[in-house]
Design a protein around this ligand. Sequence first.
Ligand code: ARG
Ligand code: ZN
Length: 881
Amino acid sequence: MRTDTGQVFRLEDYRPSDYHIPLTDLTFRLSPDSTRVISELTIERRDGISGTPPLVLDGDGLVLKRVELDGKALAPSAYEATPESLVIANPPAGKRFRLLIETEIAPSQNQALMGLYRSNGVYCTQCEAEGFRRITYFLDRPDILSVYTVRIEAKRDEAPLLLANGNPGERGDLGDGRHFAVWHDPFPKPSYLFALVAGDLGLVSDSFVTASGREVALAIYVEHGKERLATYAMDSLKRSMRWDEEVFGREYDLDVFNIVAVSDFNMGAMENKGLNVFNDKYVLADEETATDADFANIEAIIAHEYFHNWTGNRITCRDWFQLCLKEGLTVFRDHEFSADQRSRAVKRIAEVRTLRAHQFPEDQGPLAHPVRPRRYREINNFYTATVYEKGSEVVRMIRTILGADMFRKGMDLYFERHDGDAATIEDFLQVFEDASGRDLSQFALWYHQAGTPNVTVAASHNAASNEFTLEIEQSVPPTPSESRKRLMHIPLAFGLVGQDGKDIAYAAVDGASVEDGVIHLRKRRHVVTFSGVAERPAISLNRGFSAPITLSIEQKPEDLMFLARHDGDAFSRWQAFNTLLTDALIAATRNVLGGKKPAFAKELVELAGIIAGDETLEHAFRALAISLPGEADIARDIGANIDPDAIHAAREALVGAIAETNQSHFKALYEKLGASGSFSPDATSAGRRALRNVLLDYLSILPHGEMLAADHFSAATNMTDRAAALMVLAHRHPKSAEAVNALAAFEEKYRSDALVMDKWFQIQAAMPGQDAVDLVRRLTAHPAFSMANPNRVRSLIGTFASANQTGFHRADGTGYKFFVETVLAVEKRNPQVAARLATALRSWRSLEPGRQAKAREALLAISAAENLSADLRDIVERTLA
Ligand code: ARG
Ligand code: ZN
């Protein structure tokens, strides 16, 4: 484990390297405890460098066995090797030289899961961001692009399968039970995209013919016996490949595309060139074991990693500050793919919910950073919702501003101009300026300035002059180390909705530039006047969530109710109802805190019933619309002095009110939707299940609700329905015999299926109330739980800390105490996973004073621990700052 050096890396310090590595030839002699890595590098001094500056190669925990320069052993005085670097003080004067480096590593002892490690008997690698330096000494930075040839040698029975990037080459026998395979990747790539996999795995194969008629062999490798579970992933891959040709004109470029599923993985998946490595949770699925959400995630992540082949691999990042160049853009691409495969409106609502749940709190708390950060201590801590999700929103805004055709022109230019480059955000913005002739300099602030902009709007209608006026003001709140903010270019999509539900045409507009239904805010304040507007419209703002902002506007409940039914933009329809629900929940929380019983407007409660039953709307939309904001959403909107118990009580009260009022209607609808017959994972069928399961959640709060949920559980023929019923039982009727029995039955049935047991852990970790912390502590001793496996840790500990508001933030601080112990225990093996867990306390300053003090103690306790990793220290210190 790398302990913290306190070093800060700054964007402005970027310098190109003095040396390049055009060719990298690697030989791996695999063995669990002592693998030899022989790296033969062709190194070139960069043009324009005078003299022979020292060559400084990165390492991390390496043991050097041999070093040769141009075929001759290097004298010990000619280099200096530590675990962290290999320095050659006086490299040869010629432009090119060859360096051979042999290191020894122990994959079986690698618990940090960065570099080369062994998971369930399979050798695999994870090199992004800085894992390659745990394999061999290298210029381990993304602007060093090299052509790799990789030879893998291993025992045939231990690893019949030998994979690396690129196309397969020679293979053969080495005698005494060993064999080898050679792989060559013709595309120069950075070291973070290197990958190797070796083991004994089952194969699912298929093929794809590209638009220009080249045949690509597709393969997904999984644990033997699980081949059947990769069907949906393979189907998603082929759809992704076709879509990228059709929508972005991007064809695949190698003869093979391989995906490997592994069970110990720090992240979701990794886009290594031609050899994607996946967390098996995002590959394996069937109706018996995976939920509809799992299917949707698999489709999205398979697409995401595939799309990286062009946005990430062919065009990579100059340095890690540019991470959003590949991540924000690739998330945008996978969002668009899913929108095309499913329902665009439903997908957009889900994206915005995720953005608000994960990115907004980050942007509004101590860990806020720009989409393109300017400094970091540990780059692994910057694989954040801001870089990924807000990064995607920024690309979406570029498309909104330019229009779809000009956006596509800009993307074409990007691929044409930068193929083979390690590029920057400036390069990216430039192609859109060049393609469109637009000035994006103010817009660029979205990359450079942290914080969620707030837009305040006051609307008025003058019936005498037929004018409708919007007074609009923007502000960006201060964020760590950025107290003064500049004014942003905010594209605000809007509509003036008339009494017939249609958008009103206006004669002219003044006060801001308005194009294609978008107001372009560029100044602090705009007074936008629409003339020729005879009737007072309901204003629909930030349609489709055109900008990732918060909006403050006084709107009459009648207007919101009207928009919730009639807005022409489906997202805004959802938003209007969600705003009503949020306002009601905030008021109810205030009531609970004041010792009063929460009360809810009859119209609101009835509207939930109307939307639920509206046959003109998709099932999935209805399900999303009537799902109440989560406890964390409500907390975020309240913003300060948070008491999670009061929020929980208020939310349950609204569930109860909606359920009681709509009881017979919901029951009839629930019955009508019926148990699903034969299963299909498509979006329409999933939407139907989603609506039925939301209805179950409401009905379960009524008398005998536990019996209805128990029936739902035992009648379920797929995991979506089964897990939904189990959750309702465990969360709403935890003490009931029905809940106890269902949890036991589920455990009994799936005890040997790790991914399904994750759901069992998750459901219990999220169980509201005082008892959760003891339960979660007990579950850490369950035989299916392991501190060494990231999926188990995230399911049990991660869910408890980030999705259990009442349990984790228990007023006496025992939730935090347990958390400190666990984070430190995880950190011993895996600092990256521990650091991610620790972000659960980022919003500690919004808590009420008692909990705030206890959360602070917890953070201080972590920071006081000895030998803290750079990963965890960075998070904890920024959180406390
Ligand atoms: N590039 C990968 C992806 O977005 C994720 C890698 C995450 N790496 C990390 N060190 N956290 O698909
Ligand atoms: Zn990515």
